[in-house]
Write a protein that binds this ligand. Sequence first.
Ligand code: ZN
Length: 280
Amino acid sequence: MLGIRPLLRRAQSLARTFTSSSPKPYTVPEGASGKNWAARLELAAAYRALDILGLNEGVCNHLSVLAPTADGKGEGMLVLPSGMHWSEVTASNLVSVKCKDGQCILQEGDIMPETTASSIHLGVRQIRPDATVIMHTHQPYATSLACMKRPEILMVHQNSLRFYKRTAYDNNYSGIALAFEEGQRLGTVLGDNDVMFMGNHGVLAVASTISVAFDLLYFLERASQIQVLTEAMKKEVQLIPEENCQAMSDDFWNTMQLYADAHFYAMYRRLRKTQPDFET
Ligand SMILES: [Zn+2]
């Protein structure tokens, strides 16, 4: 029998938006082409913002969003093409792909994404079709926790609370993810959670909007950083009392979209000043 959250998620996947109703720093035309362009603008901003924050690694790691194709004939997964640095991503150079007969097919653009991008992101979505936005990085502090034998995000700080009972841990690293089956396995481990620590590898966040996925990765890194620094002192840690964690976590989630939008669109405006080509 399905619980409440899977039922909500199924409903969300039927009414996919990838963005919220908050005022936007950009305008787009009505229709599929406008929605496609809005998704491209926001995803390009997420790549550039996370690059500024140093959460990416080389030309690896991937952020993706499901959005209508510009021709209005279907839906595709927008992601960066293989070999591109996050600092080079623009709204127009993102590519759209979909999974057909077990193969990754290009729908928009000329260059395929990395195999690991298609295998992880398309594979996870075969288990979690509601995962409109998926962001996967090797961000250093969170990844250092993922490399522990028994990784656990501890309730050491208020930044930790938004991950309370919303986090999965995978301890079965099996090499570079080159097949949909590995993405499906990761999706199964992720289950009903919002964030996953991928053992010996990195982290992954899913959300229904780009701003919330961005915000989750940002605060996952901050929470992990505080935890690593706190535990490095080798002194007794003052944890937030267990009996208070659920209500405190709920407080964050009740306003999550609002504050995630404020954070993400502030970064969007910063990018517009410092590297405006991302909107081209
Ligand atoms: Zn990775």
